[in-house]
Design a protein around this ligand. Sequence first.
Ligand SMILES: Cc1cc2nc3c(=O)[nH]c(=O)nc-3n(C[C@H](O)[C@H](O)[C@H](O)COP(=O)(O)O)c2cc1C
Length: 212
Amino acid sequence: MSVLRLTCSPRGADSESHRLSQFIVDGLARVDAERGHDLVELDANRLPHVDAEYAWALGSSRDPDGDPSGSLHQSDRLIRSLADADYVVIATPMHNYTVPSALKVWIDHVVRVRSTFSVTREGKVGILVDRPVFVAVSSGGLFSGPDARQPDFLTPYLKAALATIGLKRLTFFSVEGTAMGGQALEAARLRAQADIAAHFAASPFRADLLSA
Ligand SMILES: Cc1cc2nc3c(=O)[nH]c(=O)nc-3n(C[C@H](O)[C@H](O)[C@H](O)COP(=O)(O)O)c2cc1C
């Protein structure tokens, strides 16, 4: 099986979200052990913003002739790595109530008219085959539950953006309140790890996963 892990924190592999995502990667490896384990790592912070040619191509009715270069070429490669993955794991912090700019850059490269979605009378229709996407979120404060004191634009935005290209099977796990540190942070980590373990132990999930 092939897992694409997208790391979006500027802290990379040292980040809380990356740490949380490792429990998901390990869970997938256990549940789908028979097929072996091919982990493709992508650091979203290394991606440049889309360029002028890309913006032109997305605004026009057809792609430019000839070999793609710049962002179009980058976009082709990113879409291919996404299409090739059996599972996608996104490790991301919350930045200013939503996704960090690095994750937004990846989205700008993979949500691409004529390549990953079509425009119809009914609206945008995804082209990619659906597959499980797991999102490991880390946030300084709380964004869910009765004690949340800030809006959450991350979860609905990511659902909407990925649904546009056909990816609708999203599952979120989060370590919230990292700014509290100490025992509160440790408790949040343990809760998230328990959520992940319960998710991978659940039999409907296993059936769903093995048929992916
Ligand atoms: C630019 C920036 C914006 C942030 N905005 C928020 C925010 O809106 N809400 C929040 O709870 N935490 C916010 N934080 C805190 C991070 O979400 C928190 O430190 C998180 O644990 C970082 O995860 P990481 O280690 O995976 O990068 C922000 C941090 C940065 C650097």
